[in-house]
Design a protein around this ligand. Structure first.
Ligand code: SF4
Length: 324
């Protein structure tokens, strides 16, 4: 087979979603307005490169609000925080800038509404994921986290209990569907808002990854190990029978992965992975391994943009007026 036949299929949409774009812009603007050190509760988005770049510019990422000095500026990451962290931030007189993705906030609001209406909420998500921890905090005595079918099997409620389910935004669509089906069978009275909480970006990236996975011999997912939606893309490609690797960047590629009969490589990126890393990966595959043909397989246009937080816009306007 000739060298020219080696080909890369690029999934589209891939990479940054509107929530990640917004969170990163919030840190950029805050750095300009307030300077370093600037504190961010949790990684602003789950990507090593993004976090390292901001760290080098004086952003300090903390996993506990207690690590932030009183009266400092603190940004809440795109994954959202529990009300307990908000309360503690107010007690510490912190200047809060909330970069929670509006689609995560939507899930929080649904959890609050259901709990106020007397429902127990079955939250499908990963127990240790920042987003699920934050949502759980909205009603810890009413929310029950479900990770798998075993959790559903072991769960019991009296038949007249009002139940509703919600989901983390970055789950596998098919796993969530299976769990929702199991919930409906076990608890026929269970209610929902009509759609899962899985966001548009997660859905589109999984559909695009599934399309390229059908065409290729191996799939590379660019994203960090702690990125939930990136891990789901890798699992999806594997489920479709293709070897798949989650890589932070092009330097993680082992030549063995693409030796022998590998002629077609699929490349996608999780919602928190910068496009620059896709370019670098494609360049290495092209220059070092002669995958010279490139085809983008676009399944959908994305043009969603989320507004910046009002408090940040007000601060920016205030600073602008001071200078002019
Ligand atoms: S993956 Fe979805 S929920 Fe998460 S930041 Fe992006 S748009 Fe928001």
């Amino acid at each position: 087979m000739s060298v020219e036949e080696k080909k890369i299929f690029l999934a589209s949409p891939r990479g940054f979603c509107a929530g990640v774009e917004r969170a990163i812009e919030i840190v950029e603007i805050s750095l300009k307005l307030f300077g370093a050190p600037l504190y961010v509760h949790h990684q602003i988005v789950h990507n090593r490169h993004v976090v390292e770049k901001f760290s080098s510019r004086g952003v300090i990422f903390v996993d506990s609000i207690e690590e932030v000095p009183d009266v400092a500026h603190v940004i809440f990451s795109a994954h959202g925080v529990s009300p307990q962290i908000k309360i503690r931030s107010i007690e510490k007189k912190l200047e809060i800038i909330d970069a929670t993705c509006p689609l995560v906030t939507k899930v929080h609001l649904e959890a609050i509404k259901y709990s106020q209406d007397g429902f127990h909420i079955l939250l499908i998500g990963h127990k240790n994921h920042a987003e699920t921890i934050g949502t759980f905090g909205e009603a810890p005595d009413k929310i029950h986290i479900i990770e798998n079918c075993r959790d559903i099997e072991s769960m019991e409620f009296p038949p007249d209990t009002k139940l509703a389910y919600l989901t983390q935004t970055t789950l596998s669509i098919s796993d969530a569907k299976d769990l929702i089906t199991a919930l409906k069978i076990k608890f026929p009275q269970i209610q929902s808002t009509g759609s899962t909480g899985i966001c548009y970006a997660t859905t589109n990236r999984q559909e695009a990854a599934a399309k390229i996975a059908q065409e290729v011999d191996v799939v590379f997912v660019i994203g960090s190990q702690n990125s939930s939606n990136s891990n789901r893309l890798k699992e999806l490609a594997e489920y479709l029978g293709k070897p798949a690797y989650l890589i932070d960047d092009e330097s993680n590629i082992y030549p063995d992965w693409i030796s022998g009969n590998i002629r077609k490589i699929g490349v996608t990126a999780g919602a928190s992975a910068p496009e620059e890393l896709v370019t670098r990966t494609v360049n290495r595959l092209r220059n070092e391994f002669q995958f010279t043909e490139i085809e983008e397989m676009k399944i959908k246009e994305e043009n969603i943009v989320f507004k910046l937080p009002q408090e940040l816009l007000r601060s920016a306007q205030f600073e602008h007026r001071k200078r002019t």
